[in-house]
Ligand binder design. Structure first.
Ligand code: ATP
Length: 480
């Protein structure tokens, strides 16, 4: 509600509520509404016989919904407002901007709102696909979209709920309900707009919609989103032909005021979420202190506790790394950690692999910076940097090219661990345990004898549910 109602407005709402029970509401003309359901979620719920109290299934749902929630922090989706979860259905809308926004309703057209919500739906499909492949799950997504006028308001004096109502909302829900898994089912209003924007739209025919009679509806292929202009290309370059996307980009640049507020809120929310769940992550957006770097990336600082010195590490641009709470750094205290990780959801069985080395921690600090480690993956390649071993190792896992590793050391006497086989496991001084989720695995405690092998193993099995727990002097557990 706070996100929706700006301060004076919230005060106005509260004052009204003190004085009267009158409904607080606003009307919007051009709102796009999405209902996205996981139709086979309840099947999983029913079938899971080991989940007597239902908490495991709920954990799964929570992870999926959290993934979807995190999309709303994406720059593209700042105008998307999550309304609620109904069962396993995600309900959101686009175009519910608060009064006094820099961008007026007229400027934020129906076309933009429909385009944004369709991209949001496509992103949800992708998120679920990743979730499925990581956890060997088969959840499906069924999406309904409609666009038109809605009434938004706050219902109730105690625990008030912001919600939206109207025919547009009812029909969006019907689009979901009467749609098919894997498809976005839309009304003619949304279908026309999306076709005009270059999405692949096919007519479904006429369906009977309760309260509306027969309606011609359309299926939109979630994979057919028109390409975004390259981020390197300025939005207004003449060679860029996608005018609609340009328009969207332009308008998103115009809304910097709102974005600043939203991203502020996002950061605060993430921070709040992480501190309550992990207890220790501070996020700031100051520029990288590494003067050699040309990037200006957010810097994530793990804080052990208020009084201890903080580390600083550089986030490399590694796709989804660190984008959700569960894929964020677990910045709990350092110290010796060793153990295995079990995914928090039901089906996958954890597999463990252990890599051991008869030497000190394989990844050393960067000689010139006390808080930065680096690893040279191959001669002539850009070294990977991080503030600790885990950070570096996480990057190694994400290296698509599987480079042959040679480690840059402080001391020339340190062996190249990538070629150091483990001869005698009793002489092991440091080790780490890799837990990766797999549907079925008989091999436990699989031992990797060098970095390359461990990396290959992780590339094959790592997932957002993988954690690495290192047993060395500078230990932090990392969730990937
Ligand atoms: N604000 C809202 N939040 C959640 N769901 C909504 C909202 N507004 C409408 N819906 C959903 O839209 C659907 C269509 O509503 P409608 O009023 O047309 O029929 P209904 O008779 O209420 O629906 P049902 O047949 O499911 O009982 C309903 O399933 C309703 O739950």
């Amino acid at each position: 509600m706070v996100k929706k109602l700006k301060q004076p407005k919230a005060e106005r709402y509260l004052n009204r509520q003190n004085a009267t029970d009158e409904l607080y509401h606003e009307s919007f003309k051009n709102v796009s509404v999405i209902f996205a359901s996981i139709p086979n979620y309840s099947k999983l719920n029913r079938e899971h016989k080991y989940d007597k109290d239902g908490t495991k299934c709920l954990k799964v749902l929570n992870e999926i919904i959290s993934d979807f929630d995190m999309l709303t922090y994406d720059d593209l989706f700042q105008t998307i407002e999550k309304i609620k979860i109904v069962g396993s259905t995600y309900m959101a809308a686009c175009g519910l901007h608060p009064d006094g926004d820099e961008v007026s309703e007229a400027e934020r057209s129906m076309e933009e709102n429909v385009s944004t919500i369709a991209k949001f739906a496509a992103a949800m499909f992708k998120k679920l696909e990743v979730f499925n492949s990581d956890g060997f799950q088969e959840f499906q997504l069924r999406v309904g979209i409609n666009a038109g006028p809605v009434i938004a308001g706050v219902i109730g004096a105690h625990k008030p709920m912001y919600d939206i109502w109207g025919d547009t909302v009812n029909v969006a829900s019907r689009m979901d309900y009467t749609g098919e898994s894997g498809k976005i089912h839309v009304t003619a209003t949304a279908g026309d707009i999306l076709q005009g924007l270059g999405w692949s739209v096919t007519c479904r025919g006429e369906i009977k919609v309760k309260g509306k009679g027969f309606m011609t509806t359309y299926y939109v292929d979630p994979m057919s989103a028109p390409k975004e202009p390259s981020p390197l290309q300025p939005p207004d370059t003449p060679s860029n032909n996608n005018n609609n996307d340009n328009k969207n980009r332009k308008s998103s640049q115009d809304t910097t005021g709102e974005r600043r507020r939203s991203s502020q809120l996002s950061l605060t929310s993430i921070k709040g979420f992480l501190s309550s769940h992990r207890g220790s992550l501070d996020i700031n957006t100051s520029k990288d202190v590494d003067t050699q770097s040309t990037r200006s990336l957010p810097i994530y600082k793990p804080i052990k506790n208020e009084t201890e010195t903080t580390h600083r590490w550089e986030m490399e641009d590694l796709g989804s790394v660190g984008t959700t709470p569960r894929s964020s750094f677990d910045s709990k205290d350092s110290g010796v950690v060793k153990g295995s990780y079990r995914p928090s959801y039901p089906s996958p069985v954890a597999e463990e692999a252990e890599w051991t080395a008869g030497a000190a921690s394989p990844l050393q600090k960067h000689p010139s910076k006390s808080s930065v480690s680096m690893i040279q993956t191959a001669p002539g390649h850009e070294p990977l940097r991080g503030s600790n071993d885990n950070e570096i190792f996480k990057q190694l896992i994400n290296c698509k090219s599987k480079p042959h590793l040679s480690l840059k050391k402080n001391s020339s006497s340190s062996p190249d661990l990538s070629r150091t086989p483990v001869k005698d496991s009793t002489s092991v001084k440091s080790s780490f345990t890799i837990g990766a989720s797999r549907k079925s695995s008989k091999s436990k405690n699989k031992r990797c004898t060098n970095v390359r092998q461990a990396q290959d193993h992780l590339l094959a099995h790592s997932s957002p549910h993988t954690s690495i727990m290192m047993d060395s002097e500078e230990v932090q557990s990392v969730w990937l």
